[in-house]
Design a protein around this ligand. Structure first.
Ligand SMILES: [Zn+2]
Length: 454
């Protein structure tokens, strides 16, 4: 990195006129840039409109009149987190899966929560209502709506009488396709492509044997083939290793959940690497199914409480609900699934597979937007990754999964999306919860989460 010389800085500031924002100089902070590199001390960042125009080691030159200088000495800055797997418009309080919840206002409520927690880009990976989703995506891309920037996978392609389960996702035909033939599946992909989807989503699972059928191979083969013909990538909901293996061999682009029934084997690892398949573990999903009934200490912290809507907080405080979860037969299954998921993430990461970042937050009430992503980071470290590796996955890698090279790292020319932390997470990942401020597109959009109302 070159030293910032006063002349360079003056040029950067002089050029910062193309946007509504005046030039902003941020200085003094320790910066973790998202590439996996160690933190750098006393970094100066010049922000020009929505992006970083110059970044380098500290400088204490006199700034031109009109420059806003913000001193973050003692703070640590990391890139805004990028979620590759969440859902908008599916949850409100303890209600979920109803088509009526898929409104612009409810979606924006969640996207503002994600952003308040430092998740500045979110992928709604299926079950979207196109009439609401596409105008909202356009407004967020253009900075005309307040919330995390939005990408997504249109409605998604499920199975008649199969996944996603109708009792979990009471989504009507406006939010989900359930083709019965390969031809119908191709037509559904074509329609999503015509609407401008970012990705195509499929479900290959029987939800622990609770569903009578899984997606037929002729259907998912047709979806992958048609999506690739339209230059779209396919993300698959999976649970079982054998399903994941078949999909990877058939060229699926993204596994949207971790493999949770078995430890991955060398053949699977080799296939993932050979195809360059992305892997999103969603560790928090399995933990969220049981952990709130046990009331861990972090549930008493403001960082958690400000992410929980009142109806959900009442549920967490209800002894009968907690007893029911603690005694439910699915709880040991989810605990075991989490352990397998942790091990598989570590194995695939160490083998050099492409790892993305997501939690499935927003799909169900217990998957809490914003909080889930920080819990996911902590679980990645429990899995054996270093904090810097976890942050790299949640920023640069997650952006790469989406094909975005304008974000995910803090460097010249990149979007000025970042989180200002009180503490340094490079040695203790829980420091990502010490949010002082969130910046998006070159302006501060949130302060401490204590000020956020869910
Ligand atoms: Zn999902």
């Amino acid at each position: 990195m070159t030293l910032l010389r006063p002349t360079l800085l003056a040029l950067a500031l002089a050029g910062a006129t193309g946007y509504a924002n005046a030039a902003v100089v941020i200085r003094g902070a320790r910066v973790i840039d998202g590439t996996g590199a160690p933190p750098r001390e006393d970094v100066t960042m010049v922000i020009d409109g929505d992006h970083i125009s110059l970044m380098g080691p500290g400088l204490r030159a006199k700034m031109p009149a009109g420059t806003q200088v913000i001193d973050y000495t003692g703070k640590t800055i990391i890139p805004g987190l990028v979620s590759d797997h969440g859902h908008i418009g599916s949850v409100d309080g303890t209600k979920s899966g109803l088509p009526a919840l898929y409104t612009r206002d409810n979606s924006l409520r969640q996207l503002r929560q994600w952003r308040a927690y430092g998740v500045t880009t979110v992928t709604s990976l299926g079950v979207n209502n196109p009439d609401v989703f596409y105008p909202l995506r356009a407004d967020l891309h253009a900075g005309k709506a307040d919330g995390a920037d939005l990408f997504g996978a249109d409605r998604g392609i499920g199975v008649p009488n199969g996944a996603p389960p109708a009792k979990m996702m009471q989504a009507g035909p406006s939010q989900l396709d359930r083709p019965t033939t390969a031809e119908e599946a191709r037509a559904d992909v074509d329609a999503a492509a015509a609407r401008g989807t970012d990705l195509v989503k499929i479900w290959l699972d029987d939800f622990n044997g609770s569903l009578p059928v899984k997606m037929k191979p002729e259907i998912w083969h047709a979806v992958i083939d048609e999506a690739h013909a339209k230059h779209l990538r396919v993300a698959a909901h999976v649970y079982y290793l054998d399903d994941a293996r078949q999909l990877v061999d058939a060229g699926v682009d993204i596994l949207a959940h971790g493999v949770r029934d078995k430890l991955v084997d060398q053949g699977f690892i080799d296939a993932m690497k050979q195809h360059g398949t992305w892997y999103i573990a969603t560790l928090d999903l399995n933990e969220a199914a049981f952990v709130y009934a046990r009331h861990p200490g972090w549930m008493d912290q403001p960082f958690f409480q400000h992410a929980v809507q009142p109806d959900l907080a009442r549920q967490f405080a209800d002894g009968a609900w907690r007893d029911k979860v603690n005694n439910d037969g699915s709880t040991p299954v989810n605990e075991e699934a989490l352990q397998v998921n942790l091990k598989n993430l570590k194995t695939l990461h160490d083998a050099g597979a492409n790892i993305g970042f997501g939690t499935d937050a927003g799909a169900m009430p217990l998957r809490i937007p914003g909080f889930a992503e920080h819990r996911e980071l902590a679980l990645m470290v429990d899995a054996g990754l270093t904090p810097l590796q976890a942050i790299h996955i949640a920023t640069q890698s997650a952006a790469q999964l989406l094909g975005l090279d304008d974000r995910g790292v803090l460097a010249n020319g990149k979007r000025a999306d970042f989180i200002v932390l009180d503490k340094d997470p490079s040695s203790n990942i829980e420091a990502t919860t010490t949010i002082d401020a969130v910046w998006q597109r070159g302006r501060q959009v949130a302060g401490r989460v204590d000020a956020f109302k869910p």
